[in-house]
Design a protein around this ligand. Structure first.
Ligand code: ADP
Length: 435
C-alpha cells in the first residue's frame, strides 16, 4: 500500500507478491486436502462393511489427485495374484474377473517392493500390464500407485495397491499428489484389514449357527426316533418281568434297568432341545419345597446305599412356599443328587439342604466326592462338557445334566452354581424366588 502511494513498485517486490499469492493458493489447496484426509479417515475408521469402504477409498483417491480413474487391487493369498477389489468407471464389473500377475504389472511391482510409483507415461514402461486396458477398452496415459500396508503380529505386510490413472488436463503428478495418496493408503489399508476381519468373523459366526442348527435337528430326530422303539422294549420287558420267575426274571430285570437308563438319556436330549427352543416354558405355581424334597430325595436312598454312601436331607422348620414348576424342579434336584452320588467314592456323604436367604430359597446338594478344578466350575454347565476325557473316564453320562438343570432354574428366575475343590467335594446350589 505504501508503494502505491508513492507511485513506485520495485520489480522484485511485484514478482514476490505473485509468488506469495501463488503459494497462498497452494497452501489453501493443501489445507483443503488435509482437511479432506482427516474427514475421510474418520469415515474409514467407522465403516466396517467392505464394499462401501472400498467405494469411498477409490472415490477419495481420484478426488484428491484429480484423476480420471482409480482402483484397489488386493493380493489373493491362494493364487498369489492381484484382484480388483474396487474400481471406478462403467467397466468395474469386468475388472473384477481379471487377475493381475505379481510379475509384469505395476501393481505387482508395488506390492512386491512395498514402494510407490509415478509413471508420467505408462505405455513404454516394461512393467505396465496392457491386458487390463485392452480388456475394458481403456487407455492409461499416466499412473500413480502406492502400496497398502498393514501391521500383523508386529510385522509389516503389503496387502495390495491403490492406483490412480490419468491426471486430468496437461498436469503431471506432483509430490503433493503422491503424499495425499500415500496418506489415504495408510488409513485405507487398516480399514480394509479391519473390515475383512469383521467379514471373516461374520462368516464364521454364520457357519457356526448353521452347525448349531444342524446339531439341534440331529438331536430332535435322534431322540424322537429312539424313543418309540425304546418305549415298546420297556413295555414288553416290564410285562415279561412280571410274568417270568427264577433266573429269567433276573435277566429281564437287567434289560428293564438298561432300557430305563437309555430312556433317561433320551429324556435329557429332549429336555435340552426344549430349553434351546423355548418350547416348554415353566408353568409356575405355588409349591411347598419341603414337600417336594421329601418326596424326591428318598428315591435315591437305594442307589446311595448300593454305593456305600450316606444320603441326608436337612430342611428348614417352616414350610417356605416358592413359585415353581414342580416337575422341572424335580429334574434339577434329581440331576444334582445323581451327580453327587456318581462322583462320590464309597464311604462318602451326600447332603441336601434348603434354607431361606432374603427373598429366595437356597437349595444345596453337597458331597464329599472327587471335586472339580476351579477352571471347570463354569464349563461344566456347557452342553456335553465333562471334566474327565470322554474316552478314558470312569463315569457314565452325556454331560447334559447340569446344562439342563441350569436352564430349568433360570426359567424360574433363579441361579445355579458350583463351589468345589478337587479331593474335597462339591456343593451345587440353586435359588428359587419365594412365593
Ligand atoms: P454328566 O454327569 O452326564 O457327565 P453333567 O452335565 O451332569 O453331565 O455334569 C458335567 C460334568 O461335571 C461331569 O461329567 C463331571 O465331570 C462334573 N460334575 C458334575 N457334578 C459333579 C460332582 N458332584 N462332583 C464332581 N464332578 C461333577
Amino acid at each position: 500500500m505504501l508503494y502505491y502511494k508513492i507511485g513506485f513498485i520495485p520489480p522484485s517486490l511485484s514478482e514476490n507478491s505473485v509468488i506469495a499469492r501463488k503459494s497462498e493458493g497452494e497452501a489453501t489447496h493443501q489445507i483443503n486436502r488435509l482437511r479432506r484426509l482427516v474427514e475421510i479417515s474418520r469415515v474409514l475408521s467407522s465403516t466396517l462393511q467392505v464394499e462401501p469402504l472400498l467405494a469411498t477409498i477409490i472415490g477419495t483417491a481420484a478426488e484428491l489427485t484429480d484423476t480420471e480413474a482409480s482402483s484397489i487391487l488386493l493380493l489373493e493369498s491362494r493364487s498369489q495374484k492381484l484382484r480388483f477389489a474396487a474400481a471406478s468407471g462403467a467397466k468395474r464389473d469386468q475388472l473384477k474377473n481379471i487377475a493381475v500377475p505379481l510379475e509384469g504389472s505395476i501393481a505387482g511391482w508395488v506390492v512386491r517392493n512395498g514402494q510407490r510409483v509415478i509413471l508420467t507415461e505408462a505405455g513404454p514402461d516394461p512393467r505396465f500390464y496392457r491386458h487390463v486396458d485392452r480388456s475394458i477398452g481403456f487407455s492409461t496415459r499416466s499412473l500413480m500407485a502406492v502400496p497398502l500396508k498393514v501391521g500383523r503380529n508386529g510385522k509389516e505386510h503389503t496387502i495390495g495397491a491403490l492406483e490412480v490413472l490419468n491426471k486430468r488436463g496437461e498436469a503431471r503428478f506432483s509430490d503433493d499428489d503422491l503424499d495425499s495418496l500415500t496418506a489415504l493408503a495408510s488409513q485405507a489399508a487398516i480399514a480394509i484389514e479391519n473390515a475383512r476381519l469383521v467379514a471373516d468373523l461374520q462368516q464364521a459366526y454364520a457357519q457356526l449357527s448353521q452347525l448349531d442348527r444342524r446339531k439341534s435337528e440331529f438331536i430332535a430326530i435322534a431322540s424322537h426316533e429312539l424313543r418309540t422303539p425304546l418305549t415298546i422294549i420297556l413295555a414288553y420287558a416290564s410285562f415279561l418281568q412280571e410274568q417270568t420267575k427264577d433266573s429269567t426274571q433276573e435277566n429281564v430285570k437287567i434289560v428293564v434297568e438298561s432300557a430305563t437308563r437309555l430312556q433317561a438319556l433320551i429324556d435329557n436330549l429332549t429336555n435340552l432341545r426344549y430349553l434351546e427352543t423355548g418350547q416348554e416354558p415353566a408353568r409356575l405355581n405355588p409349591c411347598d419345597i419341603k414337600k417336594l424334597l421329601t418326596s424326591v430325595i428318598p428315591e435315591f436312598d437305594a442307589l446311595a446305599a448300593s454305593k456305600g454312601l450316606g444320603l441326608q436331607l436337612r430342611l428348614p422348620k417352616d414350610s417356605p412356599m416358592v413359585r415353581c414348576d414342580a416337575q422341572k424342579v424335580q429334574v434339577v434336584i434329581s440331576n444334582l443328587v445323581s451327580n453327587a452320588i456318581k462322583f462320590t467314592p464309597a464311604g462318602g456323604q451326600v447332603m441336601v439342604t434348603a434354607a431361606r436367604r432374603g427373598s429366595d430359597i437356597h437349595i444345596s446338594v453337597q458331597d464329599t466326592g472327587i471335586g472339580i478344578p476351579k477352571e471347570e466350575h463354569e464349563r461344566i454347565f456347557q452342553p456335553f462338557h465333562q471334566v474327565e476325557p470322554v474316552l478314558t473316564r470312569n463315569h457314565s453320562g452325556m454331560g447334559l445334566g447340569l446344562t439342563i438343570a441350569r436352564g430349568l432354574v433360570e426359567q424360574h428366575g433363579g441361579r445355579l452354581w458350583a463351589e468345589s475343590e478337587p479331593g474335597k467335594g462339591s456343593t451345587f446350589t440353586f435359588t428359587l424366588p419365594l412365593a
